[in-house]
Each structure stands twice: as C-alpha cells, then as structure tokens.
Design a protein around this ligand. Structure first.
Ligand SMILES: *Cc1c(COP(=O)(O)O)cnc(C)c1O
Length: 368
C-alpha cells in the first residue's frame, strides 16, 4: 500500500535526535516558555527572513491572535471585512469570525486555487481592512500583486502559511511578504511537530509583542494583565521537536519538489488534470492535488491498486452547517474544486518505486 502520508516513517528518520531532544526537555525541569522556544522562534524567524517569530499553540491561534492583536492596536474593529478565498480550509474563516470580523469570500484562480489580485480588488469596500491570502496546497499566492493592492487601499495582509513553509516568490519567503504570516506545525504539515504548534512571523515589533502577550493571558509582565488574553503557547517539548526538524526542512522540501516533478512529467491521462505550477520554488507541495470529473471511480481504482488518497476538501466553508449564514454565497469555481479534487500521496519519504506505482496506476485508469 502506498500510504497517503506516513508520519511514523517521517519521524523515524530523526528518531535518535528527537529522543535525545525529548530527554533533554524532561531533564531540564522547564516545560513552558524556555530556551527551546526561544531558539525555535529565533531560527524560524531567520528561516522566513523576518525580524520576529512568536510561538503559539497551533495554526488557528496564529491566525486568530494576529487579527485580535490588530484589534487591540486599534487597526481593526468589529464588523470590518477580511477578503479570503472561498475554497480555503475552515480554519482561515474561523479566525475571522472568532474576532467578529466579516469574511468576504472570493473565487480563487481555478488553476492555482489561490487569490488573484483582480479577485481581491473587485471585493474591496469601505469596510475592507485585511487581505488574507492562503497559500493553498503549498503554492505561494501572487504576493507581489497583492501587496501593491494592499498599499493602494491601505489594507493589512495576513498570510495563511499553514501549508507553505518555505515557499518562495522572487527570493522572498512566504510569511515575510505580508504584515504577518501564520504558520501551523500540526504533525502532517510540511514542518510538523509531534503534537500541536503554531507561530506568527512579522517585521512589526509592536504586533509581535501584543501577540506574545495575548497568548500569555494578556500579560507582558507576570501578574500584570493589559489585555483579556488566552493561553496559547508553543511548549518546550514541541519546540524541541521542531528545532530538530527545521534543519531538515529544506531537504524535505527538495524531495517533495522532486516527487511532484515526477508526477507532473509522468502522469498522462485525459481524465486527470494536473496541478498548475507557477514557478519551481513557489510551491512546496504540501499536497499534490489533481482534478477529475470521475472522482469516485478514480479514487476507488487507486485504492484497489494499493494507493491511498484523500480529498482536500469535500465541502467549502460556506456550505458547512456552522456557516449557514454564508449559504447565500454562489461560488461556482470554489464549488467545482470541492467536487473534483483528489490529493495523491505526497511526502519526503515516498520511494521512487512508490512514485512510479502512483504514476502507472493513474495512467492505466480508464472510465466506463
Ligand atoms: C492546518 C491549517 C490551519 C490550522 O492549523 P492548526 O495548527 O491545525 O490549527 C490553518 N489554515 C490552513 C490553510 C491549514 O491548512
């Protein structure tokens, strides 16, 4: 069986280092807000080419606390609008509504699944305050164009980088283009902890300080609370795991890119539409997403030939029960994506023979 993603195999590559790092945390007697988190924040800021990185509990909190911090700083208020693509994962939307802000769902580019500058510009109203580009499936959005629009209309930009660690456009990493970038280190992400984790990247010192305080009960100084905060911290154990794995991220990304290139070169079937690659470094292939009019048949065929696939995602946010208040949206491009996509196995530990098998099985699919 070619598994969709095998976390055990991924982490087994580094098991000696991970176990040693784990033992060091246990022996240190210090488990929250310590040197492992400091080291990770500093190294991840450097990795993303930004001045500041703040560790938080998960990717959703990275998004939520950034928007919240902008409210505390007086840059946003209840009812302000946030432009985001309709086909994103639910977390991007949850962060917006949690802050009493209004998500304005726009259609993505049907090839890249990402926001387009035209789509963003046509959705701008007097209430628009934030653009939230999600670098979906690992491909960076057209940040050069999005930042021009943000400058023109004086908007804030929060990049959702949960799927795109290390994606580069014009020599600039994701998470360094916008006013802030939100990352997830959920185990299955390109940089995955062994539990939950997240971080915000920014060049704005004030923003970093407020996010840090908000995630620590709203406190900058012990027992002095300046905000009504929450508890959202990256812990020492997860930071220690991330410190081990961050070193290997560039090599893992290269391997993902090689797997993707093999798929792009090798898969040739009229029933399968391959993903569109804007530029070679701009995609870190969190997912390799194909489109087909025969999803159920193809998925069954792949499975019966020993290939596990998943669907990202079966239902867009505006069709979810939780967001019945957004059901008036008509987003045909988004809805078609959700009906037609399949994610093939993708990861740095796929073997050459796994990759060949996926290619051959995809190519032998006939329908009817
Ligand atoms: C995973 C993900 C998140 C949320 O990250 P968690 O760490 O699971 O909270 C947010 N946005 C996108 C696009 C994601 O894929």
């Amino acid at each position: 069986m070619v598994k969709f993603l095998d976390l055990k195999v991924i982490n087994a590559q580094y098991q000696n280092e991970l176990k040693e790092a784990c033992a060091n945390v246990i022996d240190s007697g210090w488990y929250v807000r310590g040197t492992n988190v400091q080291e990770f924040e500093s190294d991840f800021a450097q990795f993303c080419d930004v001045d500041y990185c703040v560790g938080v509990a998960n990717g959703l909190d990275a998004l939520t606390l950034t928007l919240r911090a902008w409210k505390e700083l007086g840059k946003l208020k209840d009812g302000d609008e946030v432009i985001v693509q309709g086909n994103t994962y639910i977390a991007s939307i949850l962060a917006i509504t949690e802050n009493n802000l209004i998500p304005i769902l726009v259609e993505p580019d049907p090839n890249t699944y990402n926001l387009t500058s035209d789509g963003v510009e046509s959705a701008i109203t007097e209430k628009t305050k934030v653009i939230l580009p999600v670098h979906l499936y690992g491909q960076i959005s057209p940040m050069d164009e999005i930042m021009l629009i943000a400058d023109k209309y004086k908007l804030l930009v929060l990049e959702d980088c949960a799927q795109s660690h290390g994606a580069i456009l014009q020599n600039r990493k994701c998470g360094s283009w916008g006013h802030a970038g939100a990352f997830s280190f959920y185990p299955g992400k390109n940089l995955g902890a062994l539990g939950d984790g997240g971080a915000v990247t920014t060049n704005d010192r004030e923003l970093a300080d407020v996010i840090q305080a908000l995630g620590n009960y709203g406190s900058e100084k012990k027992y002095e609370n300046i905000y009504i905060g929450v508890n959202s911290r990256l812990d020492e154990m997860q930071a220690a795991m991330l410190n081990v794995k961050l070193k290997y991220l560039p090599a893992e990304t290269k391997r993902r890119q090689a797997v993707a290139q093999s798929y792009l070169d090798g898969i040739n079937n009229a029933h399968i539409q391959l993903p569109y690659l804007c530029n070679i470094n701009g995609h870190v292939w969190h997912l390799f997403v194909i489109k087909t009019l025969h999803r159920e048949l193809l998925q069954e065929y792949l499975l019966s030939n020993g290939i596990q696939t998943l669907i990202h995602y079966p239902k867009p946010p505006h069709k979810q029960v939780a967001y019945a208040n957004m059901s008036q949206y008509e987003l045909p491009i988004t809805e078609t994506i959700h009906e037609q996509v399949i994610s093939l196995p993708m990861g740095s530990t796929l073997s050459e023979s796994d990759v060949l098998k996926v290619i051959n099985v995809c190519n032998s699919f006939v329908c009817g």
